[in-house]
Write a protein that binds this ligand. Structure first.
Ligand code: AMP
Ligand code: ZN
Ligand code: ZN
Length: 419
């Protein structure tokens, strides 16, 4: 029944596109449907993790297609802020996901593990690319992506699922392959695929660890299966692949963590976020004490008011940015004292450090019919990915912070990427 409906839809779409085509008696065949775009994120993968023998499929895509030397994450170099920047082209200060852990005067608290918050439209500002595409009548599908679980401006991807940490790699790949194999009428023009595994192993044991290398081998193997699946279905020339990460990973040596409670007294300021970007809200009437204790340089961190943060971070105007922001120095964490004792006696990894630190760099690889062969690009900011994505999906970009010229030389076609 379902397949008959899909067949009917495909026939209809074929008829419609044939009607729209310019009259040309010699070419009876309908024009080829535009390729799909598959956006893949490998959480926490740094460019130096590639080319070490663990990622043969990624290395081949990078060598034969387009790859950037590096991509700079937006501030803060955390997962939710950067995934949402990639699909909106807006910096976190403008799209509202200013941290993985936030407080909003009207909405209250936001945390990654809070399903209700993650699915609450009010946290997600801006316009993710799938919303623009869906509105233009182009189907989209997400195999996980921050933001896709909430109806943004009332719109969600046609197909999406709540994040399921640890969902088997082959299930993810199989679902995406299934979508991309559908008839043109239902095949998503944009699909996403997300892997948390490198980030988890990197946090647990550090960027140089055998555990991280094993995670990379597994994810790369899954990508190999995806590519083989595309080849077997004759779809390799019908899909543009853009593979990114959200940030890199820095090593945190044993003992390189302080207790957040030691940064300022709880009676002077309320803690909003821990880790590497620590936010504080001075208690009413205790503003002077909080500022005196926190602001300025410290042994392992520096603090600013949100109005005086370094301009290059483009951060501090969104009301969700806490009044005082402390940035940990590379390789140091600030965590609740209760967690300090539980820290293992071996190296681990963190991100969320200054995006200008080379350790925070992310990856960018692209391959498919739209892309040039064997092209290396110099480093760029991740806000520049969005106009490319909009161009590949074939929708006008919403307002964004990116530079559309950055990725022009990645494309075969000279047609300019619109702003
Ligand atoms: P972090 O390292 O704190 O920046 O966050 C990374 C973690 O975010 C990953 O290990 C995932 O478990 C989690 N994560 C990724 N995508 C989602 C999502 N859509 N919903 C909830 N959690 C997610
Ligand atoms: Zn991440
Ligand atoms: Zn992480």
């Amino acid at each position: 029944m379902k397949s008959r409906r899909i067949l009917l839809a495909a026939l209809l779409a074929g008829l419609l596109s044939a009607c729209n085509a310019l009259p040309s008696p010699a070419t009876a065949a309908a024009p080829a449907a535009p390729p799909s775009l598959l956006l893949i994120s490998l959480d926490g993968v740094h460019p130096d993790m590639l080319g070490r023998g663990d990622t043969p499929h990624l290395d081949r895509l990078a060598a034969e297609g387009v790859h950037a030397e590096w991509m700079r994450p937006a501030y803060p170099a955390l997962t939710f802020p950067n995934h949402y920047t990639l699909v909106t082209g807006l910096r976190p200060d403008r799209h509202g996901l200013v941290h993985n852990a936030m407080y909003d005067e009207d909405l209250g608290w936001f945390a990654l593990k809070d399903r209700a918050a993650v699915g609450d439209t009010r946290w997600w500002e801006g316009e993710p690319i799938w919303v623009t595409a869906e509105r233009a009548g182009l189907p989209t599908a997400t195999m996980f992506w921050p933001g896709s679980e909430a109806p943004v401006q009332g719109v969600r991807p046609t197909r999406w699922s709540p994040f399921q940490e640890g969902l088997a790699l082959d299930i993810r790949i199989g679902r995406v392959l299934g979508w991309l194999s559908e008839p043109d009428a239902t095949r998503p023009r944009l699909a996403t695929l997300y892997f948390e595994h490198p980030d988890a192993a990197g946090h647990g044991y550090g960027p140089q660890s055998p555990q991280l290398r094993e995670a990379l081998r597994q994810v790369d193997g899954a990508l190999g299966d995806l590519l083989a699946g595309l080849d077997a279905r004759g779809l390799r020339d019908r899909v543009n692949l853009v593979i990114v990460s959200d940030h890199g990973m820095a090593e945190v040596a044993p003992g390189h963590a302080i207790a957040v409670e030691d940064m300022v007294a709880d009676e002077d300021a309320q803690l909003v976020s821990t880790g590497q970007v620590i936010g504080f809200r001075p208690r009413p009437g205790r503003e002077v004490e909080a500022a005196a204790t926190l602001l300025g340089p410290h042994e392992h961190y520096d603090c600013w008011t949100r109005e005086t943060l370094p301009a290059r971070w483009h951060y501090g105007t969104h009301p969700r940015v806490p009044p005082i922001v402390c940035q940990m120095h590379l390789g140091w964490d600030a965590i609740p004292r209760a967690h300090l004792a539980r820290r293992p006696d071996h190296a681990r990894g963190s991100h969320g450090y200054d995006p200008d630190r080379p350790e925070m760099r992310a990856i960018f690889i692209a391959s498919g019919p739209a892309f040039r062969a064997a092209t290396t690009l110099p480093g760029f900011d991740n806000v520049d990915v969005y106009p490319l994505l909009a161009h590949l999906v074939g929708v006008p970009p919403a307002e964004h912070d990116g530079d559309p010229t950055t990725l022009q030389s990645a494309l075969r076609d000279a047609e300019p990427i619109p702003h």
